[in-house]
Design a binder for this molecule. Structure first.
Ligand SMILES: Cc1ncc(COP(=O)(O)O)c(C=O)c1O
Length: 383
């Protein structure tokens, strides 16, 4: 087949006129850092998830950092999480001085295997951090029941989960903290950004303090008409607030999340059809429980040939790809720090050298998917 001239990226944000107009209006407004637009964006997230509070941030990683801090998670504490996740979660656990305890995944969905969690719970366990991998929800009933039984906190990693529903509940709508990401490859983007949703006013108060230096009131309340610019700090905090410029972009993207996800889902169906029956690749499976998939990623496992070789061949066809994720227990510092204590993680390791994320983004065309499927067939046939 003829190789396309234009590179097909793995992901590309969909930015339209409305996004540009909203950001421009913010730039012209005289207020560009955290303010009324962040509040509006937060309200949109409460509405989407059913949570009572939402806190906008400059990344999901920042959200994980202050959530662990606000829960006083630190030295001596163990945090249960899959190894098959982005490194930021484990980095934050380690930087808090706590210990990550890894649970294996289901090979077919790449989501945490909830039936393997209980055996990893110890007296030191403080929290469970499931990931809604690729936009498919983790089994929240099983996870929430275990958390209740052992008095643990659940922190949902909802980085992939704008539009993910578990048995009718949107990710982030269970009451415990959940953290969304708006990195450019995510289902909606603010360039960089994140959001914590929760239904816990006391925890919200701590998180808002940690988000902004430990200062009780955001700048817009201090510098607005009649505001008091004086402040005190009872406990030091970080500088993790989202500026209104980014919230403006986020608000425009929120108007389109359903359109985006419908498109992602349609393209995923094309992939599933186009790649059906090819021996040597495993397609993503759906969780068995009632859910709506956000199709953040389309991850296949390549068995027919070495992944490195497969990636090189995709490049020859001008096709981009992603890797979600190198398992965190295989990262050098994690291996060194927890030598001999992270395994066995049989299914994670089985998937690790086979997973590859194919191009998936709302502005992709059906003909692009058909091209990728055809290229994969050729690569597998001819090596
Ligand atoms: C599963 C997961 N968790 C957390 C993050 C961190 O998000 P951010 O880049 O917004 O900090 C990502 C981002 O790629 C992710 O994929």
């Amino acid at each position: 087949m003829k190789v396309r001239e234009e590179f097909l990226p793995f992901s590309r944000p969909s930015i339209g006129k409305n996004e540009i107009n909203k950001v421009t209006a913010c730039l012209k407004s005289g207020w560009i850092t955290t303010g009324a637009l962040c509040k509006e964006f937060e309200d949109e997230f409460c509405h989407l998830t059913g949570s009572q509070q939402a806190i906008s941030l400059n990344s999901a990683t920042a959200g994980m950092h202050i959530t662990l801090s606000a829960l006083n998670i630190g030295p001596g504490d163990e945090i249960i999480t899959p190894s098959m996740t982005f490194a930021s979660t484990v980095n934050m656990i380690v930087l808090r001085g706590a210990t990550p305890v890894f649970v294996d995944i289901d090979y077919s969905t790449l989501n945490i295997n909830p039936d393997l969690i209980e055996e990893k719970i110890s007296k030191k366990t403080k929290a469970i951090i499931p990931v809604h991998f690729a936009g498919a929800p983790a089994d929240m009933d099983k996870i929430n029941n275990l958390a209740q039984k052992y008095n643990l906190t659940v922190i949902e990693d909802a980085a992939h989960a704008v539009g993910t529903y578990y048995k009718g509940i949107h990710a982030g709508g269970f009451g415990h903290p959940a953290i969304f990401s708006f990195h450019p490859i995510k289902n909606i983007t603010t360039g960089e950004g994140g959001m914590i949703t929760l239904s816990n006013a006391a925890l919200e108060k701590k998180l808002r303090l940690l988000r902004f230096h430990g200062i009780e009131r955001d700048a817009w309340k201090r510098y607005g008409k009649g505001g008091n610019p004086a402040y005190d700090i009872a406990e030091p905090g970080y500088k993790y607030n989202m500026p209104d410029i980014l919230a403006a972009l986020g608000l425009a993207q929120m108007e389109r999340w359903q359109e985006f996800n419908l498109r992602r889902s349609t393209l995923a169906q094309f992939y599933l059809e186009g790649l059906k029956g090819i021996s040597g690749i495993d397609l993503p499976a759906f969780p068995e429980y009632d859910h709506i998939h956000a199709w953040h990623l389309f991850v296949i496992k390549i068995r027919a040939l070495n992944r490195e070789e497969f990636m090189n061949r995709l490049s020859d066809y001008n096709i981009g790809y992603g890797l979600h994720f190198p398992p965190t227990h295989t990262l050098s510092y994690v291996k060194e720090k927890y030598a001999g204590k992270t395994g066995p993680l049989q299914e994670t390791e089985r998937a690790a050298d086979k997973i590859i994320s194919l191009p998936l983004f709302p502005d992709m065309r059906e003909t692009d998917v058909a091209y990728v499927c055809k290229a994969i067939k050729e690569i597998i046939k001819h090596g």
